[in-house]
Design a protein around this ligand. Structure first.
Ligand code: BV8
Ligand code: ZN
Length: 248
């Protein structure tokens, strides 16, 4: 299942950059966005993951994120998350560098033990004030309409995620671009590669001569441009990759 040449390139890699998407959390029981039973299948991104949607119906958006927080709190990282922790340890023990760039907002990578994680789309666990940008974790006060407001300035709180049409956090995005730029091997795992600018990272790596390994049971927008496409779930493929590297 794992191409020998891909393992050879991983063994000699000095710098590995990984981009993960919702597919990595699917085996933990967290719905993806665009699979037939995915989240967006039931809702439109514009209604739920955009400032317009939030302004139009803040309670509905806050309820949706509260539901997703409850789902994530109730699940555990899966074998794919754990294998990425082992891969980070394996290459850093060889003085190589490892950067885990994730579009996921569920923090399962951190709960599994990943250390160098770049959350390019933010996270579910924090709220951010839409006025002064103060980060809130749990502490809240409610306005007359029962909506959470900032304890510092009274501004409306919103999930600390990046919505469609919003800029990615500058420092995080710059670090992600640098990691893609410097990578010998770029791995695109569990993402449909349709959301930009994150989907552009693999192309940045490729333009610098990196090989691209894609792990995804189905083909994606990126598949025509990858070096190897491993058509398997991440919870199956990643432990096999790590076992092969550790056995070498
Ligand atoms: C921005 C956070 C300006 C909140 C999300 C070109 C350049 C720049 C922007 C654009 C552009 N073209 C269009 C745009 C606008 C837009 C965009 O990309 N639209 C798309 C839909 C066309 N982008 C933006 O608005 C971005 N902001 O551009 O600002 C800018 C420009 C340049 C530089 C900086 C700033 C903001 C985008 C972020 C939106 N926020 N979510 C939340 O989560 O609620 S997006 C949402 O989609 C999630 O973050 C999710 O992670 C992300 C990507 O989805 P995937 O993770 O890939 O999930 P999906 O379901 O699609 O796919 C799952 C895959 O897993 C499938 O392929 C499946 O086969 C596979 N799978 C299933 N099971 C498994 C598996 N794989 C492995 N193992 C398994 N077991
Ligand atoms: Zn505030």
């Amino acid at each position: 299942m794992i191409p020998v040449d891909a393992l050879t390139r991983l063994k000699s890699a000095r710098s590995i950059a990984v981009l993960t998407g919702a597919g990595v959390s699917a085996e933990s029981g967290v719905a993806t966005f665009r699979d037939p039973d995915g989240i967006w299948a039931r809702f439109s991104p514009a209604e739920l993951a955009s400032m317009d949607g939030f302004m139009a119906n803040p309670q509905r958006v806050l309820d949706w994120y509260a539901h997703r927080r409850a789902v994530v709190d109730a699940v555990e990282p899966n074998a794919g998350h754990t294998a990425l922790v082992a891969l980070e340890r394996w290459i850093t023990q060889r003085e190589g560098t490892f950067t885990l760039i994730t579009q996921n907002v569920d923090r399962l990578h951190q709960r599994a033990g990943s250390r160098n994680v770049l959350e390019v789309h933010g996270n579910l666990v924090e709220d951010r004030c839409s006025v002064c940008e103060e980060i809130h974790k749990g502490e809240q006060q409610l306005d007359a309409a029962g909506l959470p407001v900032c304890t510092m300035c009274g501004g409306r709180l919103r999930p600390n995620v990046v919505w469609f049409g919003e800029d990615l956090p500058r420092d995080v995005w710059d670090a992600a671009e640098r990691a893609a730029h410097d990578a010998d091997v770029f791995m695109s795992i569990g993402t449909s590669s349709v959301v930009w600018p994150a989907a552009g990272l693999a192309h940045t790596a490729r333009s610098r001569g990196a090989v691209i390994i894609e792990v995804n049971p189905t083909s994606t927008d990126l598949t025509p441009d990858v070096t190897w496409h491993i058509a398997a779930p991440s919870g199956t493929a990643l432990p096999l990759i790590v076992a092969a590297l550790e056995a070498a």
